[in-house]
Design a protein around this ligand. Structure first.
Ligand code: FES
Length: 176
C-alpha cells in the first residue's frame, strides 16, 4: 500500500542505514573550518569503507548540524542510535571513533562526553535485525548519482569551471 501526502505527492522512501552522525557546524564551539575538515574526512572514510551505498544497510549517514547545545570544547559529534556524544574531536580522534565505534560498534570510552543510555543498554543497532533490503529502481538511480558525485569529489575536474569561464569571456567579447 502506498501512502500519499496531500496534493498527491508520495511519501519519499528512506533506505535503511546503520548509524547517523551529527557534527555541529555552528561555530561557537570550534572554528567552522575544523568541523568542515572532519566532515570531509568522514565522507572519505565512508567511501573507503563502502558506507555510502543506499543498498548497504550499514550505511553511515553524516549530517552537519547547527548548534548541538554544548557550545564549548567542540567540535561536538553525536552518534545515533547509540546516543553517544564526543567533544573536542580532532582528526586523530575521528579516526579512532570511526574504526572502533562506527565500524566496530564499541564506543571509544575515554573520548565519550555524554551518553543517552548506560553502557550496554544503548538502543538496538538495527542492521542485524533487518532482512536484506531490496533496492527499488529510483533508489538505484540515486545511488548511481551519489557514486558519480563521490567520484567527482575524489577526482575533481577543473573543466566545467574553465568551460564556464571561457563561455563568459566569449560572451563578453561578443558584446564589446
Ligand atoms: S556550536 Fe557546537 S555545540 Fe553549539
Amino acid at each position: 500500500m502506498s501512502i500519499e501526502l496531500n496534493f498527491g505527492v508520495p511519501i519519499p522512501s528512506l533506505p535503511a542505514y546503520g548509524r547517523h552522525i551529527f557534527i555541529c557546524t555552528h561555530g561557537n564551539c570550534a572554528p567552522p573550518s575544523r568541523t568542515a575538515q572532519l566532515i570531509k574526512r568522514l565522507h572519505e572514510l565512508n567511501e573507503e569503507h563502502d558506507r555510502v551505498r543506499f543498498s548497504n544497510g550499514e550505511r553511515l549517514v553524516v549530517t552537519s548540524s547547527g548548534c548541538l547545545g554544548v557550545c564549548m570544547g567542540g567540535p561536538v559529534l553525536v552518534v545515533y542510535p547509540d546516543g553517544v556524544w564526543y567533544a573536542a574531536v580532532d582528526e586523530a580522534k575521528l579516526e579512532r571513533i570511526y574504526t572502533e565505534h562506527l565500524l566496530g560498534g564499541q564506543p571509544v570510552e575515554e573520548l565519550v562526553m555524554h551518553r543517552h543510555f548506560p553502557p550496554g543498554q544503548e538502543a538496538a543497532y538495527a542492521p542485524p535485525l533487518r532482512s536484506a533490503q531490496s533496492v527499488d529502481p529510483l533508489l538505484a538511480l540515486a545511488e548511481k548519482a551519489a557514486a558519480e558525485k563521490a567520484a567527482q569529489r575524489r577526482n575533481p575536474s577543473p573543466e566545467p569551471i574553465s568551460d564556464r569561464v571561457a563561455a563568459a569571456r566569449a560572451r563578453r567579447a561578443n558584446r564589446g
